[in-house]
Ligand binder design. Structure first.
Ligand code: SAM
Ligand code: SF4
Length: 326
């Protein structure tokens, strides 16, 4: 379905939980988060039902995110149910990689096609510092497992923060040179009221790119894996690619093809927007599939042409990244 700015919206990102087994400093407070409570989150059956309705109005790709999607019990069953929906041809997850290795085979058998890992440091101690409780070797094991199972393309999301991990930019590029991994450097964003965000911790994508090009030659090649917000490039002589996601300094709204659904059942047509459509309430009121489809269509029709986070929308946004799904 096309929105009012002629963008074809065929991609639904579903946050399946707010909970997470990590506490990345830029995302979640150390003490954890308010529990939404069983009655306030969408059940797995409700999620599958809503995806089925969304497929009727043109959604073809689904990504499960969170919080950490793999901490949601019976996630494999949800993937299997979504895989049965005829018009859905791509089911992906975004994960921190802590639990993926041991679940990978069952996830793939259920119908998971692709996986994005979030990884901000290749140094064990720094990784632990950023995530508060993560274990780098588990994430490495998960990435190896995804490679072994051929779940390509494998993308790695790296949020770059000045003075924290910006000294590792070239190490990540080296990884993409040696392995078929697609590293996407993400600009640090002021989402919600996370106190760790500071403007002087932001490294713009043009600065990241400049640092890379002092050592590596980047070019637009056939092996570049795209269709998302990243501007991606191959590295001369490399197996993978590097991409840049700049929500702030160079927004990518013109190519945005997605809407989002939160774990508590709200449709959001923009990551940084405020408008939400309550599909959980519609289900509680026993709304017909036609009415729910109309809510999806309305969310798409009313999708804004671009976000206005640079003008201050981000800071007063009530929801944090883990409540929307990134
Ligand atoms: N737990 C999963 C993970 O970490 O991959 C999925 C959810 S997480 C909220 C999705 C993505 O949002 C991650 O890649 C994370 O790095 C990114 N993210 C969270 N807070 C961010 C921020 N303030 N700025 C930029 N990216 C952020
Ligand atoms: Fe958890 Fe992902 Fe947020 Fe890190 S970025 S705290 S892994 S939801």
């Amino acid at each position: 379905m096309f929105d009012s700015y002629a963008r074809n919206i065929d991609y639904l990102r579903v946050s399946v939980t707010n909970r997470c087994n990590l506490r990345c400093k830029y995302c979640m407070p150390e003490e954890g988060i308010e529990d939404l409570g069983h009655d306030n989150i969408l059940s797995l059956e409700e999620i599958a039902h809503l995806v089925r309705v969304a497929a009727r109005i043109g959604i073809q790709k689904v990504r499960l995110t969170g919080g950490e999607p793999l901490v949601r019990r019976n996630i494999t069953k949800l993937i299997a149910d979504i895989a049965q929906i005829p018009k859905i041809n791509d089911i992906a997850i975004t994960t921190n990689g802590m639990l993926f290795a041991d679940m990978a085979e069952e996830l793939k058998a259920a119908g998971l096609t692709r996986v994005n890992f979030s990884l901000d440091s290749l140094d064990e101690d720094k990784f632990k510092y950023i995530t508060s409780r993560g274990n780098l070797s588990e994430v490495v094991r998960s990435i190896s497992k995804a490679l072994e199972l051929g779940m390509v393309p494998i993308k790695i999301n790296t949020v770059v923060m000045k003075g924290i991990n910006d000294d590792e930019i070239l190490d990540f590029v080296e990884l993409a040179q040696k392995m078929p991994l697609h590293i996407r450097f993400i600009e640090f964003m002021p989402v919600g009221d996370i106190p760790f965000y500071k403007a002087d911790r932001v490294v713009t994508v043009s600065e990241i790119r400049e640092r890379i090009e002092q050592k590596y030659e980047l070019y637009k090649g056939a092996n570049v894996q795209g269709n998302g917000p990243a501007k991606s490039y191959q590295i001369r002589g490399g197996m993978g690619s590097v991409g840049f996601i700049s929500a702030m300094s160079d927004h990518f709204c013109g190519e945005c093809n997605r809407i989002r659904m939160t774990a508590d059942g709200k449709l959001r047509s923009c990551l940084f927007g405020k408008q939400e459509f309550n599909v959980k309430l519609a289900l509680q009121n026993h709304a017909s599939d036609e009415i729910i489809a109309e809510l999806f269509s309305k969310a798409i029709r009313e999708k804004p042409n671009r976000h206005h986070m640079n003008e201050g929308w981000g800071a007063d946004n009530k929801r944090k990244m883990y409540q929307i799904g990134g």
